[in-house]
Design a protein around this ligand. Structure first.
Ligand code: SAH
Length: 224
């Protein structure tokens, strides 16, 4: 029996509260988003070696050279997406599934695409474990979107594209919102997070600031 376990759990519960406070201080105002983040046990989305850091405001490795985004970034992206329980959302880059679970608590249905089979399978296992039935996963190249299910009222991309992907824009419903990190794929290059509003007269693009994401890569990854 691991006697450290209860101590870790207690420490994590306290840190989870502190994380929500720090997100509020950083300007996250939507209580629905904060409540959803408060409900999701982030330690269950990271390898055991990093569980003690699950509620720090840090990106952490999840295998396959990929990362789970920083909680502040998840909070800002979720808030900017303005989802309700009537919204149909596409997510490109399931990763460990943390952002997916936060969104699924707030939206009607989430479609999520991942190019690494290992990550997709693990994420699906978590969705089942949490009893979430409004998430549909797909192994594939998310830069092609999901034409069979389009249009989407919201699209969130969690890997950095070289440009705002036109294919995804074409699958965004009119009146829809897309959140996408865009910029250099080089480790020292600049990336900006954009919110794109698709109005009847065209696109409105808001720059939400500098971010750091793993690159959006074409095609499905070869089995590990
Ligand atoms: N939202 C995730 C962040 C994962 S990092 C989380 O909460 O964990 C970005 C993910 O995008 C990685 O898992 C990477 O494999 C995936 N990805 C990169 N390019 C992709 C593409 N073209 N299609 C689908 N997934 C992609």
């Amino acid at each position: 029996m691991n006697r450290l376990r209860p101590a870790l759990e207690e420490a994590l519960a306290a840190e989870r509260e502190e994380l929500l406070e720090s997100l509020r201080r950083l300007g996250v105002a939507d209580e629905r988003v904060l409540e959803a983040i408060g409900r999701v046990p982030r330690e269950q989305f990271v390898p055991e070696a990093f569980q003690d850091r699950a509620y720090r405001n840090l990106a952490l490795p999840i295998g396959h050279q990929q990362t789970i985004s920083q909680p502040w970034v998840v909070a800002r992206m979720t808030e900017a997406l303005e989802v309700t329980d009537r919204t149909k959302v596409l997510e490109v880059g399931t990763g460990c599934g943390y952002q997916s679970v936060v969104l699924s608590l707030l939206c009607r249905r989430l479609y999520t695409i991942e190019r690494h089979k290992g990550l997709k399978d693990e994420a699906e296992r978590r969705f089942r474990h949490f009893g979430l039935t409004n998430i549909t996963t797909h192994l594939g190249d998310g830069s092609l979107g999901w034409p069979e299910q389009a249009p989407f009222e919201r699209i969130i991309v969690t890997a950095a594209a070289e440009d705002i992907p036109p294919v995804l824009l074409s699958q965004l419903a009119e009146g829809g919102i897309m959140i996408v990190p865009v910029g250099s794929q080089a480790s020292d290059g600049e990336q900006r997070l954009y919110r794109v509003d698709k109005g009847p007269l065209g696109l409105e693009i808001e720059d939400m600031g500098e971010v750091r994401f793993v690159p959006l890569v074409a095609g499905v990854a070869a089995p590990a």
